[in-house]
Write a protein that binds this ligand. Structure first.
Ligand code: CO
Length: 189
């Protein structure tokens, strides 16, 4: 099981966090199947308050392979339901070789800014992203999925895909004015 000690932090020198990760081939090798499982397991356990406390995990909605020191194009995403009546996650899958095939001109950002399991400090500022994206990826079975996402799950997926390209969320924050976002940016979260 992945624990906090296994997660690469951005202040460690020479990490894979800044590398462009390698494509994953199918059918998935056993080690890649295990990786997919472990990444999603972390998210599931971290979102369970009791278990998170037991194992000392920071809650996460996304975890990318480079964050556990494996430079491969794979990330788990688990955006939990925000509906009390229905606990079906808003988005849950392991996205492999993901590509954003189209994106809205409209930008979106989280009011509270973003955080990352690989970044131990708060970095204040808006992280402007595309409000809506069309995402193409392969699931663990190797089936190509093409889905449209908007708002929060779209932001989470863009954050995770950045990890596969060596980009961290604070790279997007305006250096001169961290709370300046492109005109017309919608805020939520
Ligand atoms: Co992150």
């Amino acid at each position: 099981m992945i624990l906090m000690k296994d997660i690469v932090r951005d202040d460690q020198k020479g990490t894979v966090l800044r590398d462009y990760a390698a494509k994953v081939s199918f059918p998935l090798a056993e080690e890649d199947q295990k990786l997919a499982h472990d990444l999603m397991e972390y998210l599931e356990v971290s979102q369970d308050e009791e278990l998170a406390q037991k194992y000392g995990l920071r809650a996460g909605v996304g975890l990318a392979a480079p964050q556990v020191n494996i430079s491969k194009q794979m990330a788990a995403v688990l955006v939990p339901s925000d509906d009390e009546e229905d606990d079906t996650p808003i988005f849950k899958d392991v996205i492999i070789n993901p590509v954003i095939v189209s994106e809205s001109v409209q930008m979106g950002a989280l009011t509270e800014g973003e955080g990352c399991l690989s970044v131990d400090r708060d970095v204040p500022g808006y992280v402007p992203r595309h409000d809506r994206i069309t995402l193409k990826y392969q699931n663990v079975e190797g089936q190509t999925q093409k889905i449209r996402l908007k708002h929060y799950p779209a932001i989470v997926c863009q954050h995770e895909i950045d990890h596969l390209h060596g980009v961290l969320f604070y790279d997007h924050i305006n250096k001169d004015n961290p709370f300046k976002a492109p005109e017309g940016t919608v805020f939520f979260g």
